[in-house]
Design a protein around this ligand. Structure first.
Ligand code: SF4
Length: 409
């Protein structure tokens, strides 16, 4: 039996993909091991054949050990299209592999290759903005066990990204790749993370005109979030990771010691009350803690007015958890079905922003493909469609550089 695009996305996250030696990947987007390392797979676009959305983007694990035993094999290429073959069922899924943009290898005026400043993860631009997350410099380190930021920043990407490097890379990604959203993250930076990030947010909003997201460990003085909002930030996300306290303490020792889970939840609640609905998210990892806890975390985040971004656990090469098994498809399907249902029950307008397809997680709106076709489903889909239409002029305005808007005024 064939899977729909969201089911296939989930199964690819759980099982990975084998790439036979004879398959040419010339010209396709290369594997980029930057930031926490989650984008270290092959970027794949799955057509859905559904009225709900056209495509699903997925960064498929290919270098992790479990991928070598995957039933999925990449086929095709060299002039023809690519496909993924499921050797269990002989199902063949036509796919698209996005091309590597020309700007990746161009240099900024400071002579830094642009792909050492930021990379595409789906259709958005991801930039690790700050210095290496401070949890990596404790002795012994307090880094989250699934993360490889401490190995990637300074090796696969620049340690310090000047404002000019970031602006030039954002402009190139906007003009040549049609990017609408840049996501800045920076792990734990003490009480200086937001202060460091503010000039970047202001300049991108003033001079480039992209939607801007920021993801940092929570800071205790919540008035700093008001500063970010005043600077024009469009999206804030907070990485709670796990709801189970033991799991949180064991796998995120730094966050457990310095922040505690409640601070993440309080920050989500504070930001969600001050930003438009659908602008704040709580990030969690599924496939490590008991599934019931993940479902509870999804309910909690949506009850605070935020949407959950759920990463399917990836035992990333080089991380402390690289030998852990990936999660089971059936469990992850259950989690993603629950995600849709929780967003529906709380009227979160998922998928309203233009052209934001995140390949390293299952996008909340991908999960519509899993939902049962009930009256509640159609009512929520009508609401989402209305939200998209209502939000269009708002996003169009927020995508205009403020400097040009001021000139027009
Ligand atoms: S807070 Fe944890 S996940 Fe985030 S960069 Fe630091 S170690 Fe990695």
């Amino acid at each position: 039996m064939s899977l729909n695009a969201c089911e296939l996305e989930i199964d690819l996250f759980c099982r990975g993909l084998r790439i036979p030696d004879e398959i040419s990947l010339a010209g396709v987007r290369g594997i980029s091991r930057t930031r926490a390392g989650l984008g270290s797979g092959l970027e794949v676009v799955l057509p859905t054949g559904s009225w709900l959305k056209d495509e699903v983007w997925v960064n498929v694990p290919v270098v992790e050990k479990f991928a070598a035993a995957s039933p999925y094999r990449l086929a095709g290429g060299q002039g023809g299209g690519y496909s993924i073959v499921d050797e269990r069922t002989s199902s063949v899924y036509p796919i698209r592999l996005p091309r590597e943009p020309a700007w990746y290898s161009r240099h900024t005026t400071r002579e830094i290759p642009m792909n050492r400043i930021g990379v595409l993860q789906g259709t958005y631009l991801g930039i690790y903005l700050s210095l290496v997350c401070a949890f990596w410099s404790y002795d012994p380190p307090l880094n989250c066990q699934f993360c490889t930021t401490g190995q990637n920043v300074g090796a696969n990407e620049e340690t310090e990204k000047a404002l000019s490097d970031v602006v030039e890379t954002c402009r190139a990604a906007r003009d040549e790749s049609g990017v609408t959203f840049v996501h800045f993250n920076g792990g734990f930076q003490g009480s200086r993370g937001i202060e460091f990030t503010l000039p970047y947010v202001r300049t991108i909003k003033d001079d480039v005109g992209l939607l801007v997201g920021v993801q940092l460990a929570p800071e205790r003085d919540f008035r700093r979030y008001d500063q970010l909002i005043a600077a024009g930030v469009d999206h804030l996300s907070f990485c709670l990771e796990f709801l189970d306290p033991d799991c949180f303490a064991r796998i995120c020792p730094g966050k457990a010691r310095v922040h505690g889970q409640q601070l993440f939840l309080d920050a989500i609640e504070y930001a969600a009350k001050r930003m438009p609905r659908g602008a704040v998210s709580g990030e969690i990892i599924a496939g490590v803690e008991p599934i019931e806890k993940t479902l509870e975390a999804i309910d909690l985040i949506t009850s605070l007015g935020a949407f959950p971004t759920v990463c399917i656990f990836r035992p990333t090469v080089g991380s402390d958890m690289e030998d852990w098994p990936p999660p089971a498809y059936e469990d992850m399907r259950r989690v993603m079905t629950h995600l849709y249902d929780a967003c529906r029950r709380h009227w979160i307008p998922i998928g309203a922003a233009p052209n934001i397809e995140v390949s390293i997680v299952v996008n909340p709106d991908d999960t519509a493909l899993l939902a049962e076709r009930t009256l509640g489903f159609y009512t929520y889909e009508a609401f989402r469609q209305a939200a998209r239409i209502a939000a269009k002029p708002i996003f169009a305005r927020r995508l205009r550089p403020r400097s040009s808007a001021r000139r027009i005024a």
